[in-house]
Design a protein around this ligand. Structure first.
Ligand SMILES: *[C@@H]1O[C@H](CO)[C@@H](O)[C@H](O)[C@H]1NC(C)=O
Length: 305
C-alpha cells in the first residue's frame, strides 16, 4: 500500500486543529455552565449504595433521601444498614430497601443483584462506596490482609459493574459511581495495599468510562470521587500534620459534595484542593519529592493508626 506522507501531514494538522478547537470549546462551555448549575432529576430512579451502613455511604444515602429516589442499601453490617434506612426515612425517603451483601464475594454480588432486579427493578444509579483499610506498613501486612483489601476496594467494582452495566448499556441510560480515594494518585505510608487497591479502582473506572464513550453509550454516566481523609470510623486515629493544606474532612460536607457531583454528572471530584498539586510531584527531582511528601504529612499521618 502506498504511504502518502503529504496526506498524513495534512490530516495530522487538521485533526490537531479540530482537537484544539473542541478542547477550548468544551472548557468554555463547562466554565459558562457552572453559572447555571443543572442537577439531574432522580425522582423514581433506583439508586444502589454499597457500604451504606456508616460513614460516607450513609451520608450519600441521606442526601439522596429527600430527592424521591428509590434507595437500595448494601452492606455486611445489617444493624448499621437498618439504622441508615431509618434515618433515610426520617429525611424524607419514600422507598428504602436493605440487603446484606459482601461485595468482595463475587457469587454473593451476582445473587443479591439478581434479587434486587427481581424485587425492585433495574438499578439506574450504582454508587460503589464499600471499602476497608488496614493502616499497616507493607512489611507488617499478612498475605490475607493484602488480598482482602484488593478484593473489597478494587475487585468488588468488577463484579458490581458486570452485574449492573448491561441493562444500562441496553437502555443507554445509567450512572456508575466509584468512591475511591485521593490515595489512588500517590503512594502513602501505611497504605501500600490501600493505595494499590484505589489506583486499581481508578484505572478500572477510567477504562470503563472511555470504553462507554467510544461505544457512543453517552447516556451511561460515570463519576469517580477522590477524597483524602474523611472523619469516619475507618480513619479513626489518622492525624493531619498540615491542617490548613491537608484538612480532615467532615463526613457530612463530603456526602453533600459527592451527591452534588453525581447530580451534576461530573467525571472527577477531588477533595480537598491540595489533591490538585499531588500529580506535580512527578516532575520533581527525587529528594524534592520526599521533602514535599514529608511536608504534607504523608509519612506521619498514620503514625498512631
Ligand atoms: C446520564 O446522562 C445522560 C446525558 O446527560 C442523561 O440524559 C441521563 O438521564 C443520565 N442517566 C442517569 C441514570 O443519570
Amino acid at each position: 500500500m502506498a504511504f502518502n506522507q503529504e496526506l498524513l501531514k495534512t490530516s495530522n494538522v487538521k485533526f490537531t486543529f479540530h482537537f484544539i478547537v473542541y478542547l477550548i470549546y468544551y472548557c468554555l462551555e463547562a466554565f459558562i455552565l457552572q453559572f447555571f448549575p443543572c442537577r439531574k432529576n432522580v425522582a423514581g430512579k433506583i439508586v444502589l449504595v454499597t457500604g451504606s451502613a456508616n460513614g460516607i455511604g450513609r451520608e450519600i444515602v441521606l442526601n439522596f433521601a429527600p430527592l424521591g429516589a428509590i434507595l437500595v442499601l448494601w452492606d455486611i453490617d445489617e444493624e448499621g444498614n437498618k439504622e441508615t434506612a431509618e434515618l433515610a426515612k426520617k429525611s424524607g425517603a419514600q422507598a428504602v430497601y436493605t440487603y446484606r451483601c459482601d461485595v468482595s464475594n463475587r457469587e454473593e454480588v451476582y445473587a443479591v443483584a439478581k434479587q434486587v432486579q427481581k424485587e425492585i427493578g433495574d438499578v439506574n444509579i450504582l454508587i460503589d462506596d464499600a471499602g476497608i483499610m488496614n493502616g499497616k506498613n507493607f512489611i507488617d501486612l499478612t498475605d490475607a490482609e493484602m488480598e482482602k483489601t484488593l478484593e473489597v476496594n478494587a475487585m468488588a467494582h468488577f463484579w458490581a459493574f458486570r452485574t449492573f452495566l448491561p441493562s444500562m448499556v441496553t437502555k443507554n441510560d445509567g450512572h456508575l459511581v466509584i468512591i475511591a480515594s485521593l490515595v489512588a494518585l500517590f503512594g502513602h505510608n501505611k497504605a501500600s495495599d490501600y493505595a494499590a487497591s484505589k489506583a486499581a479502582a481508578l484505572g478500572f473506572f477510567e477504562s470503563a468510562s472511555f470504553e462507554l464513550w467510544a461505544a457512543k453509550k453517552k447516556g451511561v454516566n460515570t463519576t469517580i470521587i477522590l477524597p483524602y481523609i474523611v472523619d469516619t470510623k475507618l480513619t479513626k486515629g489518622l492525624k493531619t500534620v498540615r491542617p490548613f493544606l491537608v484538612p480532615i474532612l467532615d463526613v457530612k460536607y463530603v456526602g453533600k459534595k459527592i451527591v452534588d457531583a453525581i447530580l451534576k454528572e461530573k467525571l472527577y471530584l477531588i477533595l480537598p484542593h491540595f489533591g490538585y498539586i499531588i500529580p506535580l510531584r512527578l516532575f520533581l527531582p527525587r529528594k524534592a519529592v520526599f521533602a514535599l511528601m514529608k511536608y504534607l504529612g504523608i509519612f506521619n499521618v498514620a503514625d498512631n493508626y
